[in-house]
Design a protein. Structure first.
Length: 229
């Protein structure tokens, strides 16, 4: 048993050292009209208008552990995990409703479940619709010249979500379609971790949404995604 723990410790240390050496500092960029134009180019490539008109979005995260149905018109999301169902009201969070195994729970437990639902929704929905959030309130857009000489779109979030202060550097194809982004986020101590955005599916509404993402050896599966009106 001690030998097993020792091996695990060595592997964990090796992983930390590997992550340390691949750390990248946050690139510098200045917000500009050109950056806004590049962001619009990405949105146009993704049929942004079709996304705006999509009322319902359904997906899951963590291999189906978290399940979502989002009514974007009403601003209400059904969030499910384990025995919990939270009808999360984004407009008035205090109006959210919680049941566990179909039964109501105490006010204190209800508040904790609502807070968890909001936190997981903020994270899990970002992996679904991040490209459409480049002009959210509190964002700034900059152009960064990438190693291959192409232009990357750096989007910085000063407010909103659960972890304001995060930064994402989008890599775009010549037509503006996103292929990946690199992250500088509070929940990951290593800067520059790259995730793919190249596994797309066209929804019933005509919007593009990602089926999955790759982060090194990891796959983030978005489940059976749906987008309809």
């Amino acid at each position: 048993m001690k030998r097993a723990f020792k091996i695990i410790g060595v592997l964990a240390l090796g992983l930390l050292l590997f992550l340390w050496f691949v750390h990248e500092p946050l690139p510098k960029g200045n917000p500009s009209v050109e950056a806004d134009m590049l962001a619009h180019k990405m949105l146009n490539a993704l049929n942004h208008q079709n996304y705006k008109e999509t009322r319902f979005l359904e997906w899951s995260y963590r291999n189906g552990a978290n399940q979502y149905k989002w009514d974007r018109k009403k601003g209400v999301i059904d969030v499910k995990w384990d025995e919990y169902l939270v009808q999360l009201d984004l407009v008035n969070t205090e109006s959210s409703k919680v049941t566990k195994s179909g039964k109501h729970i105490s006010h204190q437990k209800e508040n904790k479940a609502i807070a968890k639902a909001l936190k997981t929704f903020n994270n899990d929905s970002f992996w679904l619709v991040a490209p459409y959030k480049v002009f959210d309130k509190g964002t700034a857009r900059s152009i960064v010249v990438l190693d291959d000489g192409s232009q990357g779109l750096l989007v910085s979030y000063s407010q909103g979500g659960t972890t304001p202060g995060d930064h994402y550097l989008w890599k775009l194809k010549p037509d503006g379609f996103p292929s990946s982004f690199k992250m500088w986020v509070k929940i990951i101590p290593i800067g520059g971790i790259e995730a793919t955005w190249n596994d797309w599916k066209i929804m019933e509404s005509g919007a593009y949404l990602p089926k999955a993402h790759k982060l090194g050896p990891l796959t983030l599966d978005m489940g059976n995604i749906k987008g309809y009106n």
